[in-house]
Design a protein around this ligand. Structure first.
Ligand code: PEP
Ligand code: MN
Length: 264
């Protein structure tokens, strides 16, 4: 099958725009459950809870994720608050552990999308499942690598695919942590209009102030949703503290979005 022929009906199971929220990293059971509870209590339309369990940090010797114990916390979030769950996988071992723990959505991070060996390994580990897999753009502005990652997944029979636009690394100082380079994402979108595309304003902005504008801009050009880092106590977060927002601020952001054909 060809990527262009994919129908990607899976996105229709989610109200649109499809919102994913939760902390950059799972830190403790209490942090996970409090974040989930407070998102729920806002009544914002957020069907999916995200949390990184294995964290791809730029430098060694820092916090690199809580590991498999965090999968239990994701399970509790699902059981107690009814969220679907999502986490990043970066090797076959992660995939098997996440499948075992019944995580609903897996994503491939920007540092993994650049590596064909890694993507191939993940794709092969997923063979025979019908998981929803979201592929973040590679850190570098290379459309072919992004498409190639999707082709590797499709080659192993994974058909429930989507992409996340999280911006691209640049050595230049700009107001963004990762430059959105909208043209690359829009080129992707015009080549593969049936593949759902979500925006990740958190990793594009690297701060809290730009999130709403980037999200709105994405919806205006037809993105189907967003993944936004949300933490019960953002200032104290163990990773990406400067860009995370509270559940209450998230709800306000969602409430202010102007969307077409929505049930927000
Ligand atoms: C994340 O979502 O926390 C993350 C590490 O993202 P990225 O791969 O986009 O840097
Ligand atoms: Mn993060």
């Amino acid at each position: 099958m060809n990527l262009k022929d994919l129908q990607n009906e899976w996105i229709k199971d989610f109200a649109q725009p499809m919102m994913i929220a939760g902390p950059c990293s799972a830190e403790s059971e209490a942090q996970m459950l409090e974040t989930a509870r407070r998102i729920k209590e806002t009544n914002a339309q957020v069907p999916v809870f995200r949390a990184g369990i294995w964290k791809p940090r730029t430098k060694p010797n820092g916090f690199e994720g809580v590991g498999v114990i965090g999968l239990n916390w994701l399970k509790k979030v699902k059981e107690e608050y009814g969220f679907k769950t999502a986490t990043e996988v970066a090797n076959a071992h992660h995939v098997f552990a996440a499948l075992e723990a019944d995580v609903d959505i897996l994503w491939i991070g920007a540092r993994s999308t650049v590596n064909p060996f890694t993507v191939q390994e993940i794709a092969q580990a997923l063979r025979g499942t019908n998981k929803i897999v979201l592929v973040k753009n590679p850190v570098n502005p290379d459309l072919a690598l992004w498409i190639g990652a999707l082709e590797r997944l499709l080659g192993q029979g994974i058909t429930n695919l989507g992409v996340i636009h999280r911006g691209f690394s640049t050595y230049q100082k700009t107001k963004y942590r990762n430059n959105p380079n909208w043209q690359i994402a829009l080129d992707f979108k015009s080549q593969f209009p049936n593949i759902p595309m979500l925006i990740d304003p958190s990793h594009i902005c690297g701060n809290r102030t730009g999130l709403a504008d980037i999200t709105q801009e994405a919806l205006n050009v037809g993105y189907q949703g967003a993944i936004i880092e949300t933490h019960s106590n953002p200032d104290e977060a163990w990773s990406d503290a400067s860009q995370q927002i509270t559940p209450e601020v998230l709800a306000e952001l969602i409430g202010n979005l102007k969307v077409r054909n929505t049930n927000l």
